[in-house]
Write a protein that binds this ligand. Sequence first.
Ligand SMILES: N=c1c2ncn([C@@H]3O[C@H](COP(=O)(O)OP(=O)(O)OP(=O)(O)O)[C@@H](O)[C@H]3O)c2ncn1[C@@H]1O[C@H](COP(=O)(O)O)[C@@H](O)[C@H]1O
Length: 129
Amino acid sequence: MNDKNLPASDEGALARLAATIESRKREHGGDPETSYVARLLHKGPDAFLKKIGEEATEVVMAAKDLDHGGERSKFVGEVADLWFHSMVALAHYGASPHDVIAELERRAGTSGIEEKALRKAQRRASEEG
Ligand SMILES: N=c1c2ncn([C@@H]3O[C@H](COP(=O)(O)OP(=O)(O)OP(=O)(O)O)[C@@H](O)[C@H]3O)c2ncn1[C@@H]1O[C@H](COP(=O)(O)O)[C@@H](O)[C@H]1O
């Protein structure tokens, strides 16, 4: 592992979950009766996008609870739910965790403050003409 990459086992876990999600697509025979992923994909984007919104809210609530005796494991579990449902969305829209990791790697070393200032300057330049 180096400071830019996930440990191989972590990246492997994301890749394995992504492969399972892919296998639940209906063209691979995923069954909405027996598979939660197949059920979500069968219901369509509104179902899993709604879950992403709910899970994001649950992450925020669990994080806020940490300051009042909340369990760290509860917070981690909510983040896992958010990642999982986001991975269902990635699969539906033809993207993968690898794409997200590549995007994070592309950003590595560029401060968010620097990046935002650059974006503002570019916007100003394009507005001016
Ligand atoms: N990682 C997950 C995972 N995380 C969360 N969930 C499910 O996500 C659902 C929604 O979470 P909620 O906390 O909102 O639970 P809920 O209140 O029952 O949900 P709703 O009533 O709101 O629908 C729960 O039923 C969880 O079990 C997951 N379901 C599946 N996986 C992975 O996906 C694989 C394939 O799953 P199946 O397609 O079901 O075989 C599994 O082997 C796991 O690796």
